[in-house]
Design a protein around this ligand. Structure first.
Ligand code: GLA
Length: 333
């Protein structure tokens, strides 16, 4: 018995919500809106809730874009994930103005979190409170971000407590990339365990999931999910996409996706969703970072202006092999 190929989220109704990251343009474009409504039951604003958009100047809040997406989600019975409160990127310069005390920085953080989380209290069901806080290198656990420099390591605990106080029912996530890698995963695991020991209100770990067909191996991903499941928290895959390039491959002369690579990609998507289904008791959501290959941040990362095809719909919005693979799975597995 195969699940219906007509709706991705319907195929996963016994597993977890299936999300996508969106821009405001999508909800006024009929074709995008149609694909979105039919296939996804969770929405993450790709940029509209980031600090630089919401509070570009101190005390001046601009909720226009975010309000539109939240209203769209709620009026269409979609879940909405909040992304992201505290991050070192996409943040306006004023936040880290020089010569400011720890107390002032904490107040800036608190005001921002209070304001944003309270506005969407009871609407945004889950927040990536923190994004990319773990250091990539060897040694240090935490990234030496401006937040850490200005406040100290406890900036993280404070952020979660502020968010919890603003909406005690919201699920609070610790979101990061490369948690599949041994060393970074271990640092994150230990840090989050410490937060739990300190009774910090944290409910989930977000694996960004910016993968490629070459790396990481699905075995690494499964191992990481298994490891983090031992924390007793929920897990979400928050920003899934599967690039056709190896991260170190900086070629810039490919203008059409090679069919063999598209096949490979469909296999990786398939294997990954099989693992996600296996762990459905602790995986509480899988969000794909965009809808179609017509627009993806991967077109500019790691090589600016180089086309990539990491998503499950073609540029013309027709479903790719990956879409069929993850939608049509055996219910009896
Ligand atoms: C990171 C962030 C996302 C987004 C992507 C690129 O993963 O968490 O918000 O900016 O990079 O689109």
């Amino acid at each position: 018995m195969f699940a219906s190929p007509n709706s991705l989220f319907a195929a996963y109704k016994d597993c977890f919500p299936i999300g996508t990251a969106i821009k405001n343009e999508y909800i006024i474009n009929h074709e995008y809106k149609d694909v979105l409504l039919r296939n996804f039951n969770s929405i993450t604003p790709e940029n509209a809730l980031k600090f630089e958009k919401i509070q570009p100047y101190e005390g001046i809040y601009d909720y226009k874009m975010a309000d539109e997406l939240v209203e769209f989600a709620l009026s269409n019975q979609k879940l909405i994930r909040g992304h992201t409160l505290i991050w070192h990127e996409q943040i306006p310069k004023w936040v880290f103005s020089k010569g400011v005390s720890k107390e002032v920085m904490l107040l800036r953080m608190k005001k921002h979190i209070d304001n944003v989380v309270s506005r969407y209290k009871g609407m945004v069901y889950c927040w990536d409170v923190l994004n990319e806080a773990i250091d990539d290198g060897i040694g240090n656990t935490l990234r030496n971000s401006n937040w850490k420099v200005a406040i100290g390591d406890d900036y993280i605990d404070h952020a979660f407590v502020f968010a919890h106080n603003a909406d005690p029912d919201a699920l609070l996530y610790f979101n990061d990339y490369n948690l599949e890698e041994e060393e970074k995963g271990e640092k994150a695991f230990r840090f989050i365990k410490g937060m739990l020991e300190r009774d910090i209100p944290i409910h989930g770990v977000g694996f960004q999931g910016h993968y490629s067909i070459y790396y990481p191996d699905v075995v690494m991903i499964e191992r990481a999910i298994d490891k983090f499941s031992k924390l007793g928290l929920e897990i979400q895959i928050t920003e899934l996409d599967i690039s056709l390039y190896d991260f170190s491959d900086h070629r810039n002369d490919i203008y059409q996706p090679n069919t063999h690579l598209i096949e490979q990609q469909a296999i990786v998507y398939d294997k990954l969703f099989e693992i996600f289904r296996e762990y459905k008791d602790i995986i509480e959501g899988v969000t794909i970072w965009g809808i179609s290959d017509a627009y993806t941040w991967r077109d500019n990362y790691p090589v600016s202006g180089r086309k990539d095809w990491p998503l499950i719909y073609n540029t013309d919005l027709s479903p790719k092999k990956a879409y069929y693979n993850i939608t049509q799975f055996s219910k009896n597995e």
